[in-house]
Ligand binder design. Structure first.
Ligand SMILES: Nc1nc2c(ncn2[C@@H]2O[C@H](COP(=O)(O)OP(=O)(O)OP(=O)(O)O)[C@@H](O)[C@H]2O)c(=O)[nH]1
Ligand SMILES: [Mg+2]
Length: 430
């Protein structure tokens, strides 16, 4: 099996070789050695001395690839390749290949292809045929003569334009479906977090869905949405729970390739608009805090400039506590006082409890009287609020509603004191 062996190289102050190793494993590559250096060399990523060390090592362990922990420039890759005598793959290409292997629907395939083309354009080498074979990708490389490269660049740009057009079309279709789903629908919850945190496991536990969960990075690329029934999940202590819609999303990673940011943004659209975001983290990770901040930062960057980024409440959920000692659990409780600690394998009831509390506090209950002439304002409420009761009166439509706080200011002009309602007509259960 030594044809899939690799040596990992990392240069610079912050290196994450264990994570890089897991990324490589995800594509079936076996890591046989690691070379690290505290300073990054501008021309060859590793300094001259280290490059020589690498050459020896590659020969010794019979590696087929060298994988770098950062994105390399075309010339850095060439220098390194020449020095070590085998094919060099950088972190960006590795992640793109994983996305390519895991993309299941048409839109995510297009997004990944676009990221791949964007990555290749300044490099115009073919895809690495060895790596494509492992990841299941199709296109192979061609021998590059100058004319061939010019031609390749043009083909790449044309293909990028075509994909962008297709994605635009797809996006407008999705926007229409999205509004339909949201209008008058149940409250929405999005599971976001670092890759491998256990998001899909949590979704499965909440909804009984059977989505694939694996101990691999980027197992999930597409968002999956499931209805979690309110009734039946909660027995005994009174308060009825509404249904909620829960969405599982693509995982984040540090040093996310910029070529994939667009793909993330469109996959995360449903998360942006969710009433509640659950930020899931692997409590057993040695880099828990950094992973949480990577997620927070990626979320804010991904949604920068788009409205709605600040909408909703965020719950921090520390998962996999079954892997921790009691002492460590206590320590985490002290450090993250607002977090919910769970083991998704054992059950998500504590998380569900927090979600319902967040949903309730997200909404403000009020009575409004909307004049008949302003029918549009009333009909807009159907898509926005939970309506407890309504009645048509001679002056307008009276409603008793729970509104998201973000929208309550807009309805302030219609607001009337809560107890001056006309005779209450409770709505039938929908
Ligand atoms: N011990 C333990 N393992 C868990 C727990 N929750 C999830 N896992 C495991 O962690 C791994 C990753 O779980 P997933 O649910 O696929 O993680 P994810 O966040 O959806 O990962 P991506 O889709 O790759 O972003 C799987 O092997 C799960 O079985 C938990 O509470 N305890
Ligand atoms: Mg997943």
């Amino acid at each position: 099996m030594n044809e899939e062996r690799a040596v990992l190289v990392g240069a610079g102050e912050t290196r994450h070789m264990a994570e890089l190793g897991r990324l490589a494993n995800t594509l079936g590559i076996e890591v046989t050695a690691v070379v690290e250096q505290g300073r990054r060399d501008g021309s060859g990523y590793l300094g001259r001395g280290k490059r020589e060390e690498l050459r020896e090592l590659v020969r010794e362990v019979e590696a087929r690839f060298v994988i770098a922990d950062d994105e390399l420039t075309a010339s850095q890759a060439r220098v390194l390749e020449k020095a070590c005598g085998v094919s060099v793959v950088d972190r960006t290409e590795l992640i793109i290949r994983i996305f390519e292997a895991h993309a299941r629907d048409a839109a995510s395939r297009l997004e990944v292809e676009l990221a791949d083309l964007e990555y290749r354009l300044p490099r115009v080498k073919g895809k690495n045929p060895e790596l494509s074979r492992l990841g299941g990708g199709g296109v192979t490389t061609r021998g590059p003569g100058e004319q061939q490269l010019e031609y390749d660049r043009r083909v790449i740009r044309e293909r990028m334009a075509t994909i962008n057009r297709k994605l635009e079309e797809e996006k407008s279709g999705r926007a229409v479906r999205g509004t339909r789903l949201k209008e008058g629908g149940p409250p929405t919850v999005a599971l976001v977090g670092y890759t491998n945190a256990g998001k899909t496991t949590i979704l499965n536990a909440l909804s009984g869905a059977g989505r694939s969960t694996k101990d691999r990075l980027f197992e999930t690329l597409e968002t999956t949405t499931r209805l979690v029934r309110g009734s039946g999940t909660h027995e005994g202590n009174g308060a009825a729970r509404p249904d909620i819609v829960v969405t599982d999303t693509v995982g984040f990673i540090r040093k996310l390739p910029t070529q994939l940011v667009h793909s993330f943004a469109s996959t995360l659209e449903s998360a942006r608009d969710a009433d509640v975001k659950v930020l899931c983290a692997d409590a057993s990770s040695e880099e828990l805090e950094e992973e949480i901040s990577t997620v927070r930062q990626t979320l804010s960057e991904t949604f920068a400039g788009q409205n709605g980024s600040a909408a909703g409440t965020t719950i921090l959920c520390l998962n996999k506590i079954d892997l921790l000692s009691e002492g460590r659990i206590q320590e985490l409780r002290r450090r993250f006082t607002d977090a919910v600690l769970i083991s998704a394998l054992a059950g998500c009831e504590a998380l569900l409890e927090e979600i319902y509390t967040a949903i309730a506090s997200e909404r403000e209950r009020m009575s409004v009287l909307i004049p008949h002439a302003e029918y549009a304002a009333a009909s807009h409420l159907y898509g926005l609020a939970e309506i407890h009761a309504q009645r048509t009166t001679p002056t307008g439509v009276w409603m008793d509603v729970s509104l998201p706080r973000s929208a309550s200011a807009r309805y302030a002009t219609y607001r009337i004191p809560h107890n001056t309602s006309p005779v209450r007509t409770e709505l039938q259960e929908p």
